[in-house]
Design a protein around this ligand. Structure first.
Ligand SMILES: Cc1cc2nc3c(=O)[nH]c(=O)nc-3n(C[C@H](O)[C@H](O)[C@H](O)COP(=O)(O)OP(=O)(O)OC[C@H]3O[C@@H](n4cnc5c(N)ncnc54)[C@H](O)[C@@H]3O)c2cc1C
Length: 408
């Protein structure tokens, strides 16, 4: 039987969209290329994301799965240290969240979507689409190489970096961000510093090259995700395997190197490059793009899963209204509201790499209210228009940066 909604990809965007549509009685089929559980990068969530897990009926399953609680973000550069506690944020809403192994997290969300009646077929790769028809049609290749076609009333692309519709429909447009890459792995961290706070992601800036930064995301089981990010030219300026290169970079940041002095590097490192992506349009007749299939900015503020959830929530609302016979303007009802938060994060990412936000982070002199507003963005509340840093992120950040260094 052909579903109301066909979703490409069972990652966070696809699973949450599936559950939200099922909650309104729509029939949903999700086609997923891989078998779950499968590895994915993107392990540090933001408190704002909890709202969407709640909306999708998945909160309890996540809360009872033993993931590492997270309450903030810590930053280190040389001798400078700063920490943001999300409970002090300006915006109302969740102040805590989790640091998650994505293989398990994504599997839990997919199982939750299935429990709510969505059908998920694994090992099914979408290879072609026809959106010129009254009902979009997708061509699928199953794990045995057999092809088949499915029609749906509406098509959601939640294929992440697979970017199925952007590629097939020529929707891709270059990201404004330069090509950066990341090398990462999971380690048994063996951190024995009493003062180390496992409830915070630790962002360390390279002491001599502020364009290079590291994440350390502790999990609940004594393991951590560790990664280094920078322009591809810089990251791979030396020979060796990804594991060797990653450990070499970690050794160049003394505070991080000391923290991980006893770590067991037991898992080969992986890498990803050129992940920043954009599209000409986030929707078209009969389809919408969610999460990374639409746009991906940068990993620095751990915003990816939150944006994926937000896009799922907005799209599900629009589809439900459309199926109820209401008129939906996808630009006004989906793309524009989504871009409010994306553009907030974009301004913060730009300021980070231009150096301004790195100054702001370590500046202790900002008024407490301003610190709470910044904290709210770091907690993912990038759509809260009562926050001036959402209303006018660029201008506000520039003004704050000037305050950090009055001699400039
Ligand atoms: C280096 C790095 C670090 C990051 N760190 C963070 C972080 O700390 N926190 C955070 O929130 N985000 C982070 N992100 C971003 C995060 O990884 C993504 O934003 C998030 O996974 C997007 O979810 P999604 O559902 O859109 O896509 P995905 O999670 O990628 O899911 C897409 C699914 O679609 C499937 N698929 C692809 N092609 C097809 C096809 N043709 N047919 C069928 N199925 C298909 C894939 O197998 C996959 O399961 C990071 C990203 C990078 C690059």
């Amino acid at each position: 039987m052909n579903p109301n909604v066909l979703i490409i990809g069972a990652g966070p965007a696809g699973a949450v969209a599936a559950a939200l549509l099922r909650r309104r009685g729509r029939s949903v089929l999700v086609l997923e290329r891989e078998q779950f559980p499968r590895f994915s990068i993107g392990e540090s969530l933001l408190p704002q994301s909890m709202e969407y897990l709640e909306e999708a009926g998945m909160l309890e399953a996540v809360q009872t799965s033993g993931f590492q609680p997270k309450n903030g973000a810590a930053f280190v550069q040389g001798e400078q240290r700063a920490a943001f506690d999300f409970s002090e944020k300006f915006s109302a809403g969740w102040g805590t969240t989790y640091q998650v192994e994505r293989a398990r997290f994504d599997h839990i969300l997919a199982l939750q979507a299935e429990a709510q009646g969505a059908e998920i077929r694994y090992g099914q790769q979408v290879v072609a689409v026809d959106v010129a028809r009254a009902r979009p049609r997708v061509s699928v290749r199953d794990q045995n190489g057999q092809g088949y076609e499915i029609d749906a009333d509406f098509l959601i692309d939640a294929s992440g970096f697979g970017r199925v519709l952007p590629r097939l429909l020529d929707l891709e447009t270059p990201s404004q961000f330069p090509v950066r890459g990341a090398i990462f792995t999971h380690i048994e961290d063996r951190i024995d510093f009493r003062s180390f706070d496992r409830k915070k992601i630790l962002i360390t800036i390279h002491p001599g090259q502020p364009d290079i930064w590291y994440w350390l995301i502790p999990f609940a089981n004594g393991r951590s995700s560790i990664g280094v990010v920078g322009s591809s030219d810089l990251l791979w300026n030396d020979s060796g395997s990804d594991s060797e290169i990653l450990q070499r970079w970690v050794g160049q940041a003394p505070s991080l190197g000391n923290l991980l002095e006893h770590a067991r590097w037991d898992t080969p490192a992986r890498h990803i490059t050129g992940y920043a992506a954009d599209v000409k349009s986030l929707w078209g007749p009969g389809y919408a793009l969610l999460g990374n299939a639409g746009e991906f900015l940068d990993p620095i503020f751990s915003s990816g899963v939150t944006i994926a959830f937000k896009s799922a929530s907005l799209a599900a609302q629009a589809i439900n209204r459309q199926f109820d016979g209401e008129s939906v303007d996808w630009e006004t009802d989906f793309a524009r509201p989504l871009k409010i938060g994306v553009n907030t994060f974009r301004a913060f990412v730009e300021s980070w790499y231009a150096g301004g936000f790195q100054k702001i982070i370590f500046f202790a002199g900002a008024p407490p209210l301003v610190q709470r507003m910044i904290c709210a963005i770091l907690a993912g509340y990038a759509w809260d228009k009562s926050n001036p840093y959402v209303q006018e992120p660029k201008r506000r950040l520039a003004a704050l940066e000037a305050l950090c260094d009055p001699r400039d």
